[in-house]
Ligand binder design. Structure first.
Ligand code: GTP
Ligand code: MG
Length: 367
C-alpha cells in the first residue's frame, strides 16, 4: 500500500507531496514497524563527542569535592536600550584595582576580569563584555550557560521597559540570580524607589523591602556606586552559588566572542569552565579548530595558561567560531580536526533539513 493509503487508514488525509509534522511522522513509523526518533542537535553533538571518547557530563559528575577549587563569578549586564549597559561596563573596567599599574583593560577582548576589594580580600569578578540579552540568549540556545549572575540595568529616569522585562525573564528562566543596578541616579527627576516598586511585580524585591534581591543605585556616567555594585555581586555569589571548578584537566569552555583580525587571523575570546587551557593545546570550538598559538589577557599581555572563569583571547583557530560555541581541548590536532569536520557535516545536514522544514511523503517513499 502507498503511504497515502496507510495514512488514510490512520485517519490522516495526505497527498504524496505533503509534509508531515513530527507526531504524524511518529504514528506512521509505528504503523509501519519503524521506530522514529527525532534527535535534537544537542543530543546529536553529545553523541558525536562520545564517538571520540568524550562524555563531558560524565566527566563533571565524576569530579570529587577535593578536585574543585573556587573560581570567579561570571557576570552579564542586561537591560533596556540606552539604559547604560555599555557605560556601566566601562565604569567597571575603570574600577579594577590593578588596572592602573597594568596599563588598563583593553577593548580588544570580549570578556574581562576585574579585581575588587571586598571585606579586606581582593577577589576577581569576570564580566562578559557583550551586553544585551541577545548574546545571553544566543549562548543559551547553544546550550552554553556561562552566566552566574546577571546585572539588570534600569535607568531611573525611564523605568522598567519591554527589554527590561525580557532580560529578567531570560535570567529567571535560566535560574540566574539578578542584581539590579538602578542607573542614571545623577539625573534630575530620577526616582530609584519607583523602579524598586515596579520590579516587585516581577518577583524582584529589594532586600530592604524584605526580599532577597540586591538593588544598588549607580551612576555609570559618574562612576558612582560601582564599588557597592561589585560588593553586591560578590554577596549574591556567596549567598547561594557554589562557584568551583576543577582546574586540573583539559579545558572545556565557551567562546563568548570571535572575529577575524587582519593580522592575527581568527581570534576568539574564550572562557574556561573547567580545566586549564594552555598554549599549544589542540582545540575545537564549534566547527573551528586549531592549535592555541598564543593567548592574551585583558591587558593584552601574553599568558601561558587560563584557569576556570579566566577570559583569554585565543589565536590559532582555522576559522571564526560562533558566539556561544563550546570549546574543548582535544587529544591532538587530528582529533580536533575530525570533530570539527563531523560537526560541519552535521550542521550542513541540519541546514538542509531546515530548508525543507518537513519531510514530505515522497522522501519517505524513496527511502
Ligand atoms: P544600547 O547598547 O544602545 O542598548 O545602550 P546602552 O544600554 O549600552 O546605553 P549606553 O551605555 O550607550 O548609554 C546610553 C546613554 O545614556 C548615553 O548617552 C550615556 O552617556 C547615557 N548614560 C549612561 N549612564 C548614565 C548615567 O549614569 N547618567 C547619565 N546622566 N547618563 C548616562
Ligand atoms: Mg550599549
Amino acid at each position: 500500500a502507498s503511504l497515502v493509503t496507510v495514512l488514510f487508514h490512520l485517519g490522516e488525509m495526505a497527498t504524496a507531496t505533503q509534509s508531515l509534522d513530527e507526531d504524524t511522522f511518529e504514528t506512521l513509523g509505528a504503523e509501519l514497524g519503524y521506530k522514529i526518533q527525532i534527535v535534537s542537535p544537542e543530543d546529536e553533538d553529545k553523541e558525536l563527542l562520545e564517538g571520540f571518547g568524550l562524555d563531558l557530563e560524565a566527566e563533571l559528575e565524576a569530579e570529587t569535592d577535593e578536585e574543585l577549587e573556587p573560581r570567579a563569578p561570571i557576570v552579564t549586564v542586561m537591560g533596556h536600550v540606552d539604559h547604560g549597559k555599555t557605560r556601566l561596563l566601562d565604569s567597571i573596567r575603570k574600577a579594577d584595582v590593578i588596572s592602573g599599574e597594568a596599563g588598563g583593560i583593553t577593548q580588544h577582548i570580549g570578556a574581562y576580569q576585574v579585581r575588587h576589594d571586598h571585606d579586606g580580600v581582593t577577589r576577581p569578578i569576570t564580566f562578559i563584555d557583550t551586553p544585551g540579552h541577545e548574546a545571553f540568549t544566543a549562548m543559551r540556545a547553544r546550550g552554553a550557560q556561562v552566566t552566574d549572575i546577571a546585572i539588570l540595568v534600569v535607568a531611573a529616569d525611564d523605568g522598567v521597559m519591554p527589554q527590561t522585562v525580557e532580560a529578567l525573564n531570560h535570567a529567571q528562566a535560566a535560574n540566574v540570580p539578578i542584581v539590579v543596578a538602578i542607573n542614571k541616579v545623577d539625573k534630575e527627576g530620577a526616582n530609584p524607589d519607583k523602579i524598586r516598586q515596579q520590579l516587585t511585580e516581577y518577583n524582584l524585591v529589594s532586600e530592604d523591602w524584605g526580599g532577597d534581591t540586591m538593588f544598588v543605585n549607580v551612576s555609570a556616567l559618574q562612576g558612582m556606586g560601582i564599588d557597592e555594585l561589585l560588593d553586591a555581586v560578590l554577596l549574591t555569589a556567596d549567598a547561594g552559588l557554589d562557584l568551583r571548578a576543577n582546574p586540573n584537566k583539559d579545558a572545556r569552555g565557551v567562546a563568548v566572542e570571535a572575529h577575524l583580525d587582519k593580522g592575527r587571523g581568527a581570534v576568539a575570546t574564550v572562557l574556561v569552565n573547567s580545566g586549564t587551557l594552555r598554549v599549544g593545546d589542540s582545540i575545537v570550538a564549534g566547527t573551528a579548530y586549531g592549535r592555541v598559538r598564543a593567548m592574551f589577557d585583558e591587558y593584552d599581555n601574553p599568558v601561558e595558561e587560563a584557569t576556570p572563569a579566566r577570559p583569554v583571547l585565543v589565536i590559532g583557530l582555522t576559522s571564526v567560531p560562533g558566539a556561544g560555541d563550546s570549546f574543548i581541548v582535544a587529544e591532538d590536532d587530528r582529533t580536533a580536526r575530525q570533530i570539527a569536520e563531523k560537526r560541519e557535516a552535521a550542521e550542513r545536514a541540519a541546514q538542509l533539513a531546515k530548508r525543507r522544514k518537513r519531510i514530505s511523503l515522497e522522501d519517505f517513499n524513496k527511502a
